[in-house]
Design a protein around this ligand. Sequence first.
Ligand code: ZN
Length: 324
Amino acid sequence: MRRVGALVIALVLLSLIPVFGSVSATQTNLSGYTICVDAGHGGTDPGAVANGVEEKNINLAIALKVAKLLEEDGAKVVLTRDGDYFVTLSDRVKIANSAGCDIFISIHANAASDTSASGFEVYHYYGSAKGNLLATYVDEEIAKEIPLKNRGVKEAGFYVLKYTSMPAILIETGFVTNSYDVSIITNESYQWRYAYAILYGVQRYFGVPVHDPVPTVTDIRFAQHNGYFRVVLDMSQKADYSTFYYYYGYYIVVEIPNAKLADLGWSSDGTWQYTGTGSETVPYIYATEYNGTVYIVLELNTPYLDYNAFTLSNPHRIVIDVYG
Ligand code: ZN
């Protein structure tokens, strides 16, 4: 057993970490921005109703996905509603204005008596140059992601566009009165495509390179099973990774480039987070993030124990099974 001084040995692993220069001052994500996401209608107000769907539910489903991606990219998100309840238009505006949001994004779906009317469009307030810029970027990005007619950027005097004190847009994602549009806007994977498109449009608006949010290791769980010790890395989204033995086979290292590590609530020496597992097979697990790469280190009781690393696609997880 080498448990005494295990942390000291783990610090040797710091030699894994190449030293680079200081990070660039250029903003690379949405951290520092506060973004209001407004799911139209709700509760007693269903919005447009047709083809067996209520607009309020589509708006909320997309708005929550938008909020998740914006937060994963570092933004602070203020939702005017996060469930199926009624919020007045003036309360929506108050929420956005009192939170000092930098931009306001309202999500709606359209309706028309002509059931052939189809497509998405993005509104801003009359004459708002910043609103027009944001609307244009979001409209262009939706056009890349969503197989619906692009009805373009338009001006309107909608209450939430008029009275919010920040650049504001209102997205009509599609027509609930058109059955093809409904097949798109109620589809979970297309709802995610809307959310990514809105994220990309917002990134362009703030001059941030267009990119998907950096995958984050949000939790590390482990358990001793009969014949193997399993470690599960919960990721905010799918990430590439590699594994290798280190230090005469006493460590298995999982290296995840372009990723972040959440606070695991473990012990910490300021460089590594670490925890004792109570397992004979893998007595300690260490985790750190350095220059955009996450290192997860499993300390083995016996060197070169067989292991198997694999991913589960939904939810995104990296699993390491160590046999011994
Ligand atoms: Zn609406």
